[in-house]
Design a protein around this ligand. Sequence first.
Ligand code: NAD
Ligand code: UFG
Length: 351
Amino acid sequence: MAQLLITGGAGFIGSHTCLVLLEAGHNLVLIENFSNSSPEALRRVLELAGPKAKSRIQIVEGDIRNSDDLDCAFSIASSPIEAVVHFAGLKAVAESFEDPLDYWDVNLGGSRSLLNAMRIHGCRTIVFSSSATIYGYPNEVPISENALVSPINPYGQTKAAVEQLLADVAASEPGWKIARLRYFNPVGAHPSGLLGEAPHGTPANLFPYVSQVAVGRRDKVEIFGGDWPTSDGSAVRDYIHVMDLAEGHSAALNVLQQEAPQVLTLNLGSGRGYSVLEVVKAFEKASQKKLPYIITSRRKGDVACSVADPDLALKRLGWSTRRGLEDMCKDSWTWQMANPDGYSVEIQSLI
Ligand code: NAD
Ligand code: UFG
């Protein structure tokens, strides 16, 4: 059990991970600016974690780029922060081409401020949300952690830069314990239907888009490219259930806490790829709906196939995914039906 700081804890992956960490007995301080999330997600985390959880979570509404907000987050708990789980950031690939300044500011600038605050407050353990997008066009699939880091979009460039910054910080001073977790495609939802992904506006990603077609909010799925060099011509991804991903963070924290200082770099994926057409079919089965689709041209910046080599995560964390595509579709559908407009409830106060 430890006192942890979670940045971006109300977001899609953060909310599910906060629940898993509370269930594991940790005490949490969150720093969140709610730019892409709702306080309602945190109310639901507390609902799922049980009545005693409320006293084990503190929320600082603030920005990771602001040193006063960070000082507040590091000082608010009665015991020192022992480790940080750093989710806060901007994550939309297309948007990163339009607003590179914002992406570098929040993702790199925010991470720099956070690391500086960690140094000031004597905390040297951090788990960072990196992304498989840093591999760009992979030379080999499945992709191992030794593959070339060669991002092809500004979002990926910012993630690769933070990975480098973390390595430089670790080399500059002994004692740093760092996990750089490269997520493949996080999808799904908590099986209760209380937590899930609630994108603002038109979803950019496949699963939320398909869910919205199934629930009748959109007419049809657009499949970006039917001429990829894959078995059915649609692109292949390694989808990972968000609860598996949340458990991967808990495992990474345990390993960092138990082992000597190090920089641990791990893929978090299943090792199994599914094509877009396979996802659409699996979602039809889970939702019992026919999902109309059309095949259109390829999307800028996409790759044919991205699948993790998950062996190192198994070896180092004793962790592997437990939930398959059927669970991902079933849980996304439960969430979508119960929350067709996402976290639409406005709440005034949490604690
Ligand atoms: P999300 O947008 O749902 O969560 C990010 C959270 O950070 C949001 O709650 C947002 O309000 C908060 N935030 C953003 N800027 C902030 C700032 N300056 N200060 C404080 N809080 C801020 O995204 P997610 O899907 O949960 O992703 C979490 C992390 O994982 C991100 O760093 C993302 O880049 C990374 N990642 C996500 C995916 C994915 O497909 N979802 C894949 C690979 C990596
Ligand atoms: N796709 C469609 N139609 C859609 C949306 C997506 O056909 O409406 C296709 C894409 O072309 C791609 C696949 O579905 O082939 C998956 O696309 P997503 O947008 O869901 O996911 P990406 O693989 O493009 O990227 C995601 C996140 C990135 C992250 C990356 C690796 O968006 O932030 O996974 O972790 F970096």
